[in-house]
Design a protein around this ligand. Sequence first.
Ligand SMILES: Cc1cc2nc3c(=O)[nH]c(=O)nc-3n(C[C@H](O)[C@H](O)[C@H](O)COP(=O)(O)OP(=O)(O)OC[C@H]3O[C@@H](n4cnc5c(N)ncnc54)[C@H](O)[C@@H]3O)c2cc1C
Length: 111
Amino acid sequence: MNTTRYDVVIVGGGAAGLSAATTLGRALRSVLVIDSGTPRNAPAAGVHGYLSRDGMNPGELLSIGRSELLSYGATVVDGEAVAAHRTPMDSRWFWEMPDSSPAGACSSPPA
Ligand SMILES: Cc1cc2nc3c(=O)[nH]c(=O)nc-3n(C[C@H](O)[C@H](O)[C@H](O)COP(=O)(O)OP(=O)(O)OC[C@H]3O[C@@H](n4cnc5c(N)ncnc54)[C@H](O)[C@@H]3O)c2cc1C
């Protein structure tokens, strides 16, 4: 298995996952975001209740969020995380992708 180590692996790159990842990136943590691309608000015409972004297309909001996140050195992988395993020897977690593309190892419990 191809394995890269990250401080934190976040499953889900919607508004919550991208926000958390950006905060971690700013704190100089290495972060992998795995996102299967089905945010709940995708059918909505526009975002509301988010200061300064009223009416923005939800996809555009996430696209800008991804760009900002990448500027902090984080990695975003499109795909579905299908399993997480904890190693018996230490506290690392290994994440499995269906196509065996970047699987992450992190030292934090799954969030
Ligand atoms: C029709 C509609 C309109 C809405 N309008 C608004 C609004 O105007 N303002 C507002 O504040 N809120 C609105 N909401 C609520 C909105 O959905 C949430 O505010 C916001 O999308 C929540 O973000 P989230 O990151 O928690 O979840 P989501 O946006 O649902 O993102 C979760 C992400 O995780 C990914 N994922 C899940 N499982 C896996 C896995 N195993 N591996 C990889 N990726 C995975 C999904 O593909 C998805 O991209 C609306 C909801 C709906 C349904």
